[in-house]
Design a protein around this ligand. Structure first.
Ligand SMILES: *Cc1c(COP(=O)(O)O)cnc(C)c1O
Length: 236
């Protein structure tokens, strides 16, 4: 498909960058690329799927509903990476394989109750507000907040706690980025020291992917470096 030649070329470049960064930083963990397709049409997702990219991330529920319906024939692995309002959780529980943004008990319980019994448990990550920003979602980066929510999630059999997710503070210096991502790594270790079995660090976007991989990211969420600049505001 000539039309998608450039898109697929950018995707291939990111796949190469990930491997190169793993080598350069000595990262030993495998790194999964999640292609963040928010604001881009289902046709581009389909083109990338046929090129070999199976994991896609969406932020906004309505877009997720539309695209997942449109692409229902393809076995896409859908990752919800945006904030979920309680009254919109059902479709996510039905159609997503991953939710990266669990930040409160209520949403965990709803997704659990709404996860259809014939599907495997929903993979979830706890979102951490790693730089304690006022306008960001996510729990505080404290031991108590983390262990409390992790305990709730593991009591819910239709959910599977996989790890932690964050969005680094915008305009962070290289040093600040490293501090935030290293802190995430420490929190994951804390989880495991307390008897949880979590192996996922969902961190790293187009601008900070390399730093995140160097600090232990296992899942990077890449949008604009693959699809190009987004046309409308993200804060819908
Ligand atoms: C939009 C978004 C991404 C991708 O961002 P890019 O900078 O376009 O790579 C990753 N994670 C979350 C939570 C996002 O909202």
């Amino acid at each position: 498909m000539q039309k998608y030649h450039e898109l697929i070329g950018r995707w291939q470049k990111i796949m190469q960058d990930i491997q190169q960064t793993r080598q350069q930083t000595g990262a030993t963990q495998p790194v999964q690329l999640i292609a963040v397709s928010k604001t881009f049409p289902a046709e581009e997702i389909a083109a990338l799927f046929h090129a070999g990219q199976h994991d896609f991330g969406e932020n906004y529920i309505q877009e997720f509903i539309d695209k997942s319906a449109h692409l229902a024939d393809l076995p896409i692995i859908w990752h919800m990476i945006g904030h979920i309002q309680s009254n919109k959780s059902r479709i996510v529980a039905q159609r997503a394989q991953w939710v990266h943004t669990i930040d409160r008990e209520k949403i965990a319980r709803r997704l659990h109750d709404q996860r259809p019994p014939h599907l495997p448990p929903l993979n979830v990550c706890i979102e951490i507000n790693i730089a304690a920003e006022k306008n960001k979602h996510g729990i505080a980066a404290t031991k108590e907040a983390l262990l409390t929510l992790a305990t709730t999630i593991t009591s819910l059999p239709r959910l599977k706690l996989r790890g932690l997710m964050c969005v680094a503070k915008a305009d962070s210096s290289q040093k600040e980025l490293q501090n935030q991502f290293n802190h995430m790594h420490t929190l994951l270790q804390l989880l495991n020291q307390n008897g949880f079995n979590a192996d996922v660090l969902s961190m790293g976007m187009s601008a900070d992917m390399n730093t995140a991989i160097g600090c232990g990211a296992t899942h990077v969420r890449i949008g604009s470096a693959i699809f190009g600049h987004r046309q409308y505001a993200e804060n819908k």
